[in-house]
Ligand binder design. Structure first.
Ligand code: DHK
Length: 150
């Protein structure tokens, strides 16, 4: 029987469009478009359809999650600073049946105290942080393993 083609959404929040430029000593030199290219290549090899997005707006993140909730087999989310503040994104993620993988470029537990609280983690299958842009690749591999189990 033919395998189902999985649609994966990678959703990035505020300031992640500035990767490579913003605090490179903290976030590294890799741009978000370079991360997107690597993810697209791997997703293609895995047979996934990938939608890679970024927005600076909390409301738009909520709208995207609502709109995509029935289309996606998995979500990788880096909500940027909204990770630490957004009950709205937390609530939107509860709409999903698909697994959610939370990603952060940096190790949020090694930084300021206010970054240690995540509103995403309680509604995520797992969390990957501290591996730079490679975290998104790790997240795609994690999703593939989860979807293979289905
Ligand atoms: C990205 C941000 O923009 C911060 O606000 C978070 C996260 C950490 C990251 O490491 O990818 O605190």
């Amino acid at each position: 029987m033919a395998r189902k083609r999985h649609n994966i959404l990678i959703l990035n929040g505020p300031n992640l469009n500035m990767l490579g430029v913003r605090e490179p000593d903290v976030y590294g030199f890799q741009s978000l478009s370079a991360v997107a290219l690597e993810c697209e290549e791997l997703a293609g090899e895995m047979g996934f359809t990938l939608d890679f997005r970024q927005t600076n707006s909390e409301g738009e993140m909520v709208t995207i999650i609502q709109e995509e909730r029935e289309n996606i087999s998995g979500l990788i989310i880096n909500a940027g600073a909204y990770t630490h503040t957004s009950i709205a994104i937390h609530d939107a993620l509860k709409l999903l049946e698909a697994p959610v993988v939370e990603v952060h470029v940096t190790n949020i537990y090694k930084r300021e105290e206010f970054r240690r609280k995540s509103y995403i983690s309680p509604v995520a299958q797992g969390v990957i942080c501290g591996f730079g842009g490679h975290g998104y690749i790790l997240a795609l591999n994690a999703l593939r393993a989860l979807l293979d189990e289905e």
